[in-house]
Design a protein around this ligand. Structure first.
Ligand SMILES: O=P(O)(O)OC[C@H]1O[C@H](O[C@H]2O[C@H](CO)[C@@H](O)[C@H](O)[C@H]2O)[C@H](O)[C@@H](O)[C@@H]1O
Length: 456
């Protein structure tokens, strides 16, 4: 089956994260190890000696090994591949905004319009250490950093992002997602030219409002819900929204001139129940979309096709006690958080349903859930769509998310020169920064809100 699938999650430190989907009804858990998928996981491709050097891709520039590169420090003794790291100013002028920061960094290599936020390190730490992305690239296991390789690969940001700023004319005709959804598996395996290779190391900390005094004028903020704003709960409807959170988000939205959207796998009806105020939102992983109160959704055939499959799934899940079927507008989710022993059966069932539905739908693995979604739906496409419209256009996208479904959003945000923040420990990720928990996200947002109120 060549239906596009998202990458399997490694069975890493996040016990809530699910693995890849099995479309093979005949092979249950016994057929392979736990966490092993019928599909290959996203592969991190490195250039190996002996193979012809890969062609230069947009944003990734092969440079002959050994040739000095302006703006790079020479390799240090502890860097096995001798890749060198990008030099960055040790100290940034206090109060430099996103744009100043980008320009300051860009001045070191590649010009002012070729540097993305991913090149900087967020938070405190040893100032002599290179930024996270560069530091990760010096690891022996980094995708583009191998001892003995003949070319070194330098991520120089997107050539088509003047000033690194997202543009209202976000180039839908360029890059891996071409304005629509593209599964991370493909992007990662081919080395997404827009986002650079996935960074396998632990990402840095997110910025504090003090570092970005102009955040309210510059950012477009996108927030995932489950596992990001809210702690996960045993069942979809058992989540608890902390008092005051919706008001805090409204304050932020106001501070941002309206450039804040909730981007969730939840349907808009859930989003509005948890966060009253009809915020801008992408619901059901982008299948529903709302800007300034105006909603758009996929054409009716999507729901008709799903209606034809619900009976099969209901019959199947009825035989799996504890498994929850969550029908949503334009999508269906099957949760096995309360009955993880049925994981293989749920995946098998979902795989059969996906085959019946055909290429208009795709499977999406999440945290102890498997979902059937319209093939074109994805958080990356939803964020890109917001970024093409006022008040988002011209701002720097910042996206906070936790799950596999959010990687698609991280890729787009990175490509637009923005900031991607992953919640929790799940690896690998394209996110540049990290917050440990939803509580930490809420604290971070509170810091931003307090800052914006002081400014206004
Ligand atoms: O994109 P998100 O906002 O993160 O939504 C993703 C899915 O969230 C919900 O499921 C997840 O959260 C539940 C409540 O904590 C949890 O019980 C479940 O195991 C998680 O997968 C929601 O029910 C789904 O519809 C969303 O797609």
């Amino acid at each position: 089956m060549d239906r596009p699938l998202h990458p399997v999650a490694d069975r890493g430190p996040d016990p809530q994260q699910t693995a890849g989907l099995s479309p093979d009804p005949g092979r249950g858990r016994g057929g392979r190890h736990r966490g092993q998928s019928a599909f290959r996981p996203a592969r991190l491709v490195a250039h190996c000696p002996g193979r012809p050097a890969p062609r230069a891709r947009a944003g990734l520039h092969p440079v002959p090994r050994g040739r000095p590169v302006p703006g790079l420090q020479p390799a240090r003794r502890h860097e096995p591949g001798g890749q060198g790291v990008r030099r960055r100013p040790r100290r940034r002028r206090r109060g430099a905004g996103v744009e100043q920061l980008r320009r300051g960094l860009a001045g070191t290599a590649g010009g002012p319009d070729r540097q993305s936020l991913r090149q900087r390190r967020h938070g405190r730490g040893d100032p002599s250490r290179p930024p996270d992305a560069a530091r990760a690239a010096t690891r022996t296991d980094a995708p583009d950093a191998r001892p003995g390789q003949r070319a070194q690969y330098l991520f120089l940001g997107r050539a088509d992002a003047p000033g690194g700023r997202p543009s209202a004319q976000a180039p839908a005709d360029r890059g891996p997602d071409r304005g629509g959804h593209r599964p991370l598996q493909l992007a990662a395996a081919r080395g997404s030219p827009m986002s650079g290779p996935p960074v396998p190391g632990p990402p840095g900390h997110p910025p504090s409002p003090r570092e970005y005094p102009d955040w309210a004028r510059e950012w477009a903020l996108f927030l995932d819900i489950d596992g990001t704003l809210l702690e996960l709960a045993p069942e979809p409807q058992a989540v608890r929204v902390p008092p005051g959170l919706a008001a805090r988000i409204a304050t932020l939205a106001q501070g941002l001139g309206g450039a804040l959207a909730l981007v969730s796998g939840r349907p808009l009806s859930d989003i509005d129940r948890f966060f009253p105020g009809r915020f801008d939102a992408a619901g059901t992983h982008g299948a529903q979309w709302r800007l300034g109160g105006t909603e758009t959704a996929p054409a009716p055939p999507v729901d008709e096709a799903l209606a034809g499959i619900v009976a099969l799934l209901r019959e199947g899940t009825n035989r799996l006690p504890g498994v929850i079927l969550e029908p949503k507008p334009h999508a269906l989710a099957m949760h096995y958080r309360l009955a993880p022993q049925w994981e293989a059966q749920v995946r098998s069932l979902a795989g059969r349903a996906a085959e019946r539905l055909g290429p208009a739908f795709r499977l999406q693995a999440g945290k102890l859930v498997v979902e059937l979604l319209p093939a074109a739906a994805g958080k990356g496409a939803a964020i890109r769509r917001f970024m093409g419209q006022p008040p988002y256009a011209g701002r720097t996208p910042v996206f906070v998310g936790d799950d596999l479904t959010d990687e698609d959003g991280f890729a787009v945000v990175n490509a637009l020169g923005g900031l991607s923040i992953r919640v929790g420990e799940r690896e690998p990720t394209l996110a540049q920064s990290r917050l440990p928990s939803p509580a930490a996200v809420r604290d971070w947002l509170e810091g931003l809100a307090a800052h914006s109120m002081r400014q206004t």
